[in-house]
Design a protein around this ligand. Sequence first.
Ligand code: R5P
Length: 311
Amino acid sequence: MKLMAGNSNLPLARAIAEYLDIPLTDASVRRFADEEIFIEIHENIRGEDLFLLQSTSYPANDHLMELLIGIDACRRASAKRITAVVPYFGYARQDRKPGPRTPISAKLVANLITEAGADRVLSVDLHAGQIQGFFDIPTDNLYAAPLMAADIKARYNGADLMVVSPDVGGVVRARALAKRLDNAPLAIVDKRRERPGESEVMNIIGDVRGRSCILADDIIDSGGTLCNAAQALMDAGAKSVAAYITHGVLTGGAVARVDKSALTELVITDTIMPTDAARDSSRIRFLTAAELIGEAVRRIADESSVSSLFD
Ligand code: R5P
């Protein structure tokens, strides 16, 4: 078994390698003057069960191309089986046609990964579970909920907890977390624009008064969804609001927005390598997904159950 990594998240790759007690495969990624990517594997991988780790995070297109070229290099070097380990699967939000004459880019990316030569895919909290069906190769989708639940249990007095989905689309994910918190009650932030041109109204479904609210979502990008939801919850009488999010995309002024928000804390995993700004923020804390991913890799290599990780 071999673990190789692209450049998107080397600290996570090293932590997974440490968990598995194997070295990272010796490979280099170089760029030609015109930014073409060139990958070279400096050791024999013939016949190996190879895991290639790369999140397609910012810069998404460079990291995606690195993943595809890395898979091609492994296939041509005769690896026996190639698993694309993509902790953050970018383009996932483009999983349907939002209007006429638009692409379904998540499906295109799934096709590209498969065509490049991946035999399996391993990801964490895919934006929509059905993205697994975009691949015609086995796909394991891991959940960060157990990591988050353990952290929440260690920090909060369970009695007044309330898990909140920041939008209607995230209810299933929020409910899964609530279930792990001894069936904590659930609330939903329902954003509605009553009429075109009017500003969005936040309706809270559920009584959050006096509650320690935990907003749960898969992605924080600009931070708009989360920070607005946090304010709406405080306005509705919540005692406090923290957020647990799997993928910290955190583009533009997201970190500054979080720092100024009503959130007491934003907890994110390291599926995407944290930026310096995120690390420096006193409001942002990280949970590592290294053991979760490492254990799933070990089980795939051993042909043992991955789903039982979540029993
Ligand atoms: C949307 O469906 C996702 O689950 C997130 O809520 C969204 O991507 C967050 O984006 P932003 O932080 O830019 O509001």
